[in-house]
Design a protein around this ligand. Structure first.
Ligand code: F6R
Length: 241
């Protein structure tokens, strides 16, 4: 794993953008695997700035997102569809028809997982952006998720519900279930770009880089990926120095 330690969030976002920009410039038809959460917002801002200043085009780019809350409609401002439109898609020239995410409102959740897996089989990510949970989760693959997992429904861990409650009016409003790409779907990406900032991520970053490869720390599977770059700020890198 390549590790790039940055002084702060801004520098982390700028470095992440360099990795992303290379993929998009080399292949204007690239398939980007994207993540939500607070970590990649700075990266998405840089992509928007670059699109506005330098005209980098996303018109032939396709995207697949990691995960979506189960039960939330795309019109909910807590849904990840809304997040992606608000933080990236509405500000670049991407065709929304080329963007993909699990349907949080699907009546048949198992059928939705099957649909998304079939889609991912046809759409290998040229790059997959990831954040990391304080318990070592990637996407919504909580500790204990098999490395061979594909898109599935998860019961969110208490720690994840607590971490994510900052985005909701109250903890009771955080959905208890989500759709998520599995670890196998993530490992299938040609390139992985994982970002982490802040001291509450330090323990998870240790597990990602230096810990035992174990299903108890889902991110540790990335040690087995042939092209994985971690861009991390100093606070989150505290335990790997
Ligand atoms: C988001 C996702 C999650 C987050 C993780 C970190 O699509 O899959 O795994 O990357 O929970 O969240 P933040 O960035 O908000 O700290």
């Amino acid at each position: 794993m390549k590790v790039i330690v940055c002084k702060d969030y801004d520098e982390m976002s700028a470095k992440a953008f360099e990795v992303m920009a290379e993929v998009v410039k080399n292949n204007p038809k690239a398939i980007l695997g994207l993540a939500t959460g607070s970590t990649p917002i700075g990266l998405y801002k840089k992509m928007i700035e670059d699109h506005e200043k330098n005209g980098t085009s996303y018109k032939d780019i396709k995207t697949v997102n990691l995960d979506e809350y189960a039960g939330l409609d795309y019109s909910s401002d807590q849904s990840y569809v809304y997040f992606m439109r608000h933080n990236l898609f509405d500000h670049v020239d991407i065709d929304l028809k080329n963007t993909n995410i699990e349907n949080g409102k699907a009546a048949d959740r198992q059928a939705e997982c099957k649909r998304y897996n079939e889609l991912l089989e046809k759409m290998q990510q040229d790059i997959q952006v990831l954040g990391i949970g304080s318990n070592g989760h990637i996407a919504f693959n909580e500790p204990g998720t098999p490395f061979g997992s594909v898109t599935h429904i998860v019961d969110l861990a208490e720690s994840t519900i607590k971490d994510n409650s900052r985005m909701f009016a109250s903890i009771d409003e955080v959905p208890r279930q989500a759709f998520t790409m599995g670890l196998k779907n993530i490992m299938n990406a040609k390139k992985i770009l994982i970002l982490a900032n802040g001291k509450n991520k330090a323990k998870a970053v240790y597990g990602l880089v230096k810990g035992e490869v174990t299903e108890n720390v889902p991110a540790s599977v990335l040690q087995l990926h042939p092209d994985c770059t971690l861009v991390v700020d100093e606070a989150a890198a505290e335990l790997i120095k």
